[in-house]
Design a protein around this ligand. Sequence first.
Ligand code: DGJ
Length: 742
Amino acid sequence: MLFRRFIGTVAVSVMLLAVCSASAQTSAPIRFIAKSKIFVLDAGNATYVFGVNEQNMLQHIYWGGHVTRDEDFAAAQSFREWASFDLGTTTTPQEYPGWGAGLYVEPSLKVTFPDGNRDLVLHYVDHRVEANTLTVTLKDIGRELFAHLRYTVYAKTGTIRRDTVIENRTDKPVVVENAQSGVFYVPRGGGYRLRYLSGRWAGEWQLNEEPVHTGVKVLESRRGSTSHQTNPWFALDRDGNSDPEHGSVWFGALGWSGSWRISVEETPHQQVRVTGGFNPFDFGYTLAPGEKLETPAFYAGYTDGGIGEASRILHRFERAEVLPNGSGARTRPVLYNSWEATEFNVDEAGQKALAEKAASLGVERFVMDDGWFGQRNTDHAGLGDWYVNAKKFPNGLGPLVQRVHELGMDFGIWVEPEMVNPDSDLYRKHPDWAMHFDGRQRTEARNQLLLNLARDDVREYTFNWLDELVSNNDIAFLKWDYNRNFSEPGWPEVPTDQQKKIWVKFTQNLYDILDRLRKKHPKLEIESCSGGGGRVDLGILLHVEQVWPSDNTEALDRLTIQQGFTYAYTPHIMMAWVTDVPNFNGRSVPLQFRFLAAMQGSLAIGSNLNKWQREDFDLAKQMVTYYKSIRETVQNGDLYRLTPPVDANFKASQYVLPDRSKAVVFAFLHSQQFGRMLPALTLRGLDEKATYSVTVFDGKSRPRGAPIPAELSGAYLMNHGFALPLTGDYDATSIKLERVAD
Ligand code: DGJ
């Protein structure tokens, strides 16, 4: 799709921007200064500069705080060789270095030509600007191999998007062995700190912080999808800065749901460079004459507002520019999901009973999870057979969907389209549709195999049954699951030199199906789930409204998981269920704590409502009503993390509407010790001159401490703050603030 858009761009006449006058310089977000051959990109409070040097290489010049005077930037000048061991090719910060001419740092592009030549030296050819996108074309010094570097500037949200289209205009095939979207440079010097997110199933979104040293730190997935293990996001700042709201931070994230890599490299010359794109492991994309390959998008931003503002920039960007159909400007409905209540034991009567109870709580969307199709009674069978199980739903899905609608909710359903159980009609009919190498064992995970979605016939089959399911059943929402990673990534049906394209085509076809479904069913909403948070990235977010961060729904663990998640992704898309106890870790925390934990994102309920007592329903109704009164602030506001990630005992977060008229605070105490009271919590992001009403949401009577006054000024709240009277174990509260006077 994007690829086609690019062709369109080339075909239309485009405007070359060669601006020199000072007045124009300050208005256009993308400027080419012809005299010095430099490009100046302004994205919000950040400026990004690179130029064409005297050797015709594209050379990075600056990325950091906003600089208004273009004349301050001198023309790019290549670096001299440091020694015969470190040539200028390596020491010059090239915007998109090909592997050739003695390049020893991470290349952006590496190819093999059919005659065995593997030397690639990319030089500037031309450039064009269209709207907020600059395309700079580079070409090998000898051969017709092109790299079109695209830079899109989102001035409002302060973000830059980079990707590259590699084009083979030779008359022979070229094998692309390493295709990166681009490389970002931070100001030369040592002492950087890297933040990144890692994890595993049920333990995603753990924040790591470590100093950057000489060498390469690789963040990656080789699994064919984004992964629970590492998420394609990074942030760099100066080591030792513990202030979350001040200081320079350079950050970025890849938009790709296949195997990816971000390498954070500090050269011996103290140049930190961050290269991101397709994972080069087992990569080998043969480009026929005339063929092109589009790399993933690599997004980046800069702020001097600390890691807190870095997250908020990404949140705003995701809501404004990434999420489909403008969904980032709306709010998410309160959802019920049946999985933890019934697992595979779904049937019409049972789901109707749950739906009735869910509706009584104020739930707006009812989702039936796994178990409704084929012979799906356990996880051993059924995937691939996407017809309604007649024993469980003798009259089809119609009566259930109708009941859900009568109850005032819309209906959603679980699917796992890329998978097949060997025990299924589909597999018995099309064993070759499963990803495999001929004559080799097919490794199962959760008793299932991956369909080879790279195949056009599998893609069409998948689109068609999904289209039918949605068309025939008035389905408003799909929970799209994906419960394993690639193994034996073979594609024996195509010529050998095409087989490795599976790493790219699989994901492209996934996006294609999602796009076509959405186009045909414009009201359909979709959640990306991969056994929890295994497929959350800026690529999938172009096609889905929300994501499932983790299968771990235990409220205390969830605080850490959710906090980690928000470093890269907006709470708007973060589904958070209230579930039953004891849960993970055998832990039982009170229902109020569980609700307040889940309210920090998009609230949902996943409990077995058949087991709830009257008082649970009463509290839950109150909680859902409260959530609806604050959800605009939580989902579309600015998030401030009030406690550091290392504090496991006390966590607090605050959300503020952009116009600062409303805010909400959540606070959670794990366990009180020695009778200690909590220190005052100072708030952020309010209007210091305004007066706010302060309402504590609290079912409990508080035995100690002065009550929080009913009205306080923004200045007082942000400087003095208030002490929270949380006591005992698993105590939690929320405070709502509303501007009552300017
Ligand atoms: C994994 C998901 O993360 C769960 O929420 C649930 O949908 C199961 N799959 C169903 O098999």
